[in-house]
Design a protein around this ligand. Sequence first.
Ligand code: CA
Length: 385
Amino acid sequence: MKIPTPAIILALTAAVVSLFGLYTLERAQNYQASKQADQQAGQQASSDSLSALPHAQHFEWKLVTSWPKHFPGLGAAPERFARQVERMSGGRLVVRVYGAGELVPALGVFDAVSSGSVEMGHSGAYFWKGKIPAAQFFTSIPFGMNAQEMNGWLHYGGGLALWREIYQPFNLIPFAGGNTGVQMGGWFNRQINSIEDLQGLKMRIPGLGGEVLNRAGGTAVAIPGGELFTALKTGVIDATEWVGPYNDLAFGFYQAAKYLYYPGWHEPGSVLEFTVNQQAWDRLPADLQAIVEVATREVNQDMLDEYTARNNAALVELVEQHGVDVRAFPREVTDKLRVITRQVIAEQVQNDAQFARVYQSFNAFQQQVEQYHRVSEVANYQTRQ
Ligand code: CA
């Protein structure tokens, strides 16, 4: 290899230096250009934030409910939702909660939110079975899933997606909005010792449970919670179910009926619902939509936590202070009600394609979750006894 002469080394060095110079000049120019672009973008963003960014927008929503104002449990949930949303949004979304009858009747919630006369509602999907028979699955069905299983189906088993699809033509977005856990069987002014004792029984009982009672020879009636005490006391109805000890104590049903039966075969894990009007939702910026979504999920769990904590103390009070006679339905009665439930569901599956579709999803989830719960929840309960 030939060794380069000093002249060649000098020429090569000069070439390298000048190339490097060109390169650094170009880099410097690029840097300046991008810095200028960043500054312009920053100025644009800061002028946007003064006018159009979400922080400048303020929303006031009305939320109507099917519950008496400030009613424990069910009525506390929308109040909690409003507080959480206001806190998380720094007051940019204020939700005013109205009790049943203040703006619309207890059972007018669905229509009010659907029409857009209010932005939001808190109620129960099974109240709308006259419009949408399949909606009953999104609250609870007789011998269906418990609270834990319903939450699993809705949030990880496709249930919520189906619910949203079914409410979409009504301009409504549903969210799970609380769960009562397993309810009680109800308040009766007569003993239920056999299925024949349900003959001629006039009872407030919503959803598919009501259809089952009708088939067993009784008469199911729909009466809003706030009117139940008087209806039971005056003999307009012979029996009523509502929720469970904590809520039923607040309504004073022990003053109108002697027997409290268990379990709530008709509502083993009732989900409450929040509904949001589609256009009201579309007007919210993405961060407030996220706040609404997170708040509903928090309230959904919180209601179950509260009932879990308070039901037994209320049951003890009903028995020890008010002399309520707490009884189990005979196994023969619940076995027959389960057979009737299967018949009622099979008929509706035949007649209603949407009902059939939701039932298929619900039932498939229940089958698989029960398989695991037999070796977890049930087996664990048995080890405690
Ligand atoms: Ca109930």
